[in-house]
Design a protein around this ligand. Structure first.
Ligand code: MOS
Length: 703
């Protein structure tokens, strides 16, 4: 039995104090090895060959020609690759994206679909042969264009119901003194994290080992076991250091093709995605077309709210970017309707990307609220405070804690909001027009079942083993602090080992749930270990190990609306001659539960906000209708905010804790990006008097 009653007040010491990354020195000295650079004897290298057409079938592959090239060992394709099982539901409760189950048939559903893996002695030989491989196709007409009125659109659930509805929307809109009815669009966006996807697969005495870069070692382990019909104990996945994930690093083509090749060749095989390959194999954030209708009394109190969001998915997998979900948590109205629809296009499957749903959804709804505030003549913060709901607008559930108002008050004070003149287009600094904007943020604060192994070593130190993933977030360090407090020792006595599926099942680093879920398991294990140690026997040479499992504790959690909240503030300068928008200043104040490590938490929040600037002003993957592929799918063609684009960005927080969590944690992974683009767009409106409803706010759109 597990209980989770320790209030946050009982936990003191390490949690809440700034601590540099425990693996920081290893990372900056190069001692920390990433998946693509760990040496193996007899390692072969696979290079994926991707389709150049958007729809059709592979007619032929001229494998003979490349098999004679230097160093080439094998060419895997749909005609000779091992069969895999995709008829299962994985750890996250979703079936696998067939993009990962490579080489199962001759069908090509998008540009950049894997058609072959060329394996050679060196990466250069594999690349040369893969590029020389002649593939012919029977091409079919394709459709890669998402439009608001696409006839293929249909409601889709994803991880939430597709549609919600209460009240009479038409009647409430008709009875409203002020109505906003606008369309907002966001483009296709890509994570393109610093470290590309990389996996090495090998068979070791009947056991499959995969060294990978992923967001959950047991996630990938269980998926590979199901796909290759293996016992879970026959698969080990390790993922020690990760250079970014952002939702993209689950089961993908690189691991599956590496396992196939290692199986066929019976030697270790490594597959690394190139930067360009990531743009079709690593998933993306779907573009969205959103319609928001708001009806309010003259004082800004909402009577009607409708938020509809449309996204694209592939023809082989249904992924929902639930843009309309955020309205279900944030704002109530007598008539309340939300809908997430998808269209299947001949494009790669989209996937989770930092704050899936909330990031584009908050751009639309928080822009619409700004429009409503302006039309009502009510301050945008005051408008939001007037519309704070008592309970979940759709669920009717109580909030575990909702400190949005505190975020706005603290943010307004520090940002200097009180001095703001609401009139648009009147502040000048030379050739620049200046403006400020604000937006609200929320993101779910869930938890997933996890197991932890905790060992009291004979030398007085403690070792935590948990299949957590540190994507660069500082999770390893946060868990060290949590374990230290739970054990009532200093962090120096705690060693945290992560990223190994042999440590047992654990939540992924995703959904802003990682640190919280793992901390819970560690706290449970520490409680049990302290009880064991209190009984007095000396610690034997092999140590004393306990194992925790939070499945039961999480199952007993009361049903509540659990979310982190935030208030985003931006100040922009708009160059009236060039159309350039500069974000001079940005402040985010968050209520994100107990902050474990202020240093890395601030880093996470600021990182999300900077991504919001990037989303507002730069990011846009443009698809060529003719070929169905992207223009310039690389970091030269796909613009992200650089240092020079980022001004004074700060994040801070108000006191908050989840009352049902043993440490009080909620999560900081995603909330930083939510509302950030809307705050920038609202500031651009304030600066120029022009409302931008399509992202990114490029210079040509400003002019
Ligand atoms: Mo996140 S998009 O849940 O990795």
């Amino acid at each position: 039995m597990t209980t989770a009653t320790t209030g946050p007040a009982a936990v003191k010491g390490a949690v809440g104090t700034a601590h540099t990354r425990v693996e920081g020195r290893d990372k900056v000295t190069g001692a920390a090895r990433y998946a693509g650079e760990i040496p193996f004897a007899d390692l072969a290298h696979g290079w994926l060959a991707l389709s150049t057409v958007a729809r059709g079938r592979v007619r032929s592959l001229d494998t003979d020609a490349v098999l004679g090239m230097p160093g080439v060992l094998a060419v895997l394709h749909h005609g000779n690759a091992p069969r895999v099982d995709t008829d299962y539901v994985g750890m996250l409760g979703i079936p696998p994206d067939p993009t990962a189950a490579v080489f199962q048939d001759d069908r090509v559903p998008h540009v950049g679909w894997p058609v072959a893996l060329v394996v050679a002695e060196t990466p250069e030989q594999a690349r040369e042969a893969a590029e020389a491989l002649v593939v012919t196709y029977d091409e079919e007409p394709h459709d890669t264009v998402l439009t608001a009125d696409h006839p293929g659109a249909y409601p889709a659930d994803g991880h939430m119901p597709a549609e919600t509805e209460k009240g009479d929307l038409a009647a409430s809109l008709a009875a409203s003194a002020v109505v906003v009815d606008e369309e907002y669009t966001t483009p296709e966006e890509h994570h393109s994290m610093m470290e590309p996807h990389a996996a090495t697969a090998l068979w070791d005495g009947g056991r499959l080992e995969v060294i990978d870069s992923n967001q959950g070692a047991t996630w990938v382990q269980t998926e590979l076991a199901k796909m290759f019909s293996l016992d879970e104990s026959a698969v080990r996945v390790r993922s020690e250091h990760i250079g970014g994930g952002f939702g993209s690093k689950g089961l993908r083509a690189h691991q599956v093709s590496a396992v196939m090749a290692a199986t066929v060749l019976q030697r270790p095989v490594r597959v690394v995605m190139t930067r360009r390959q990531m743009f079709s194999l690593a998933g993306h954030r779907s573009p969205t077309v959103q319609r928001v209708r708001l009806g309010a009394d003259a004082d800004g109190r909402l009577r009607a709210l409708e938020h509809r969001s449309l996204n694209q998915t592939s023809t082989v997998y249904e992924f929902v970017e639930p843009g309309a979900g955020v309205a279900r948590v944030m704002y109530d109205a007598d008539a309340h309707r939300t809908a997430n629809h998808v269209v299947r296009l001949d494009v790669p499957s989209p996937t989770f990307m930092r704050a899936p749903g909330e990031a584009p959804g908050s751009f639309a709804i928080e822009s619409a609220l700004d429009e409503l505030a302006e039309r009502c003549g009510v301050d945008p913060i005051e408008l939001r405070l007037r519309n704070e709901p008592e309970a979940g607008p759709v669920s009717g559930l109580p909030f575990s804690s909702r400190n949005l108002a505190a975020c706005f008050r603290e943010g307004a004070r520090r940002f200097g909001w009180a001095e703001r003149d609401p009139r648009p287009g009147i502040r000048r600094d030379g050739r620049w027009l200046l403006g400020t904007g604000t937006a609200a943020a929320s993101f779910g604060a869930g938890a997933g079942p996890s197991t932890a192994l905790l060992t009291a070593e004979a030398d007085g130190t403690f070792t935590v083993r948990i299949s957590a993933a540190d994507l660069g977030t500082g999770a390893r360090t946060a868990l060290t602090l949590v374990a230290a407090d739970a054990l009532e020792v200093t962090p120096e006595r705690v060693r945290v080992r992560i990223g190994d599926s042999d440590f047992g099942p654990a939540m992924i680093a995703g959904g802003s749930m990682g640190t919280r879920s793992w901390a819970w398991a560690i706290t449970e294990a520490a409680r049990e270990l302290r009880e064991r140690l209190a009984l007095g026997p000396a610690v034997p040479p092999e140590g004393i190990t306990v194992r925790s499992d939070t499945t039961e504790a999480l199952g007993a959690l009361a049903q509540k609306e659990r979310h982190s909240y935030g208030a985003q503030f931006a100040e922009v300068a708009v160059d009236t001659a060039t159309g350039e928008v500069r974000v001079r200043r940005m402040l985010g104040i968050f209520a994100a539960g107990r902050i474990v490590n202020p240093l890395t938490a601030r880093n996470q929040l600021v990182g999300g906000m900077i991504w919001g600037i990037s989303m507002a002003l730069h990011e846009e993957a443009v698809r060529d209708r003719a070929t169905g592929g992207l223009y310039a799918p690389d970091l030269a063609g796909y613009h992200v905010a650089t240092h020079a684009d980022v001004g004074d960005v700060d994040a801070d927080w108000v006191d908050d804790h989840d009352p049902d969590d043993p440490v009080g944690i909620k999560g900081v992974g995603e909330i930083g990006i939510v509302g950030a683009a809307a705050a920038v767009a609202n500031a651009v409106r304030h600066a120029t008097g022009v409302r931008h409803r399509s992202l990114p706010i490029r210079p040509d759109r400003v002019l």
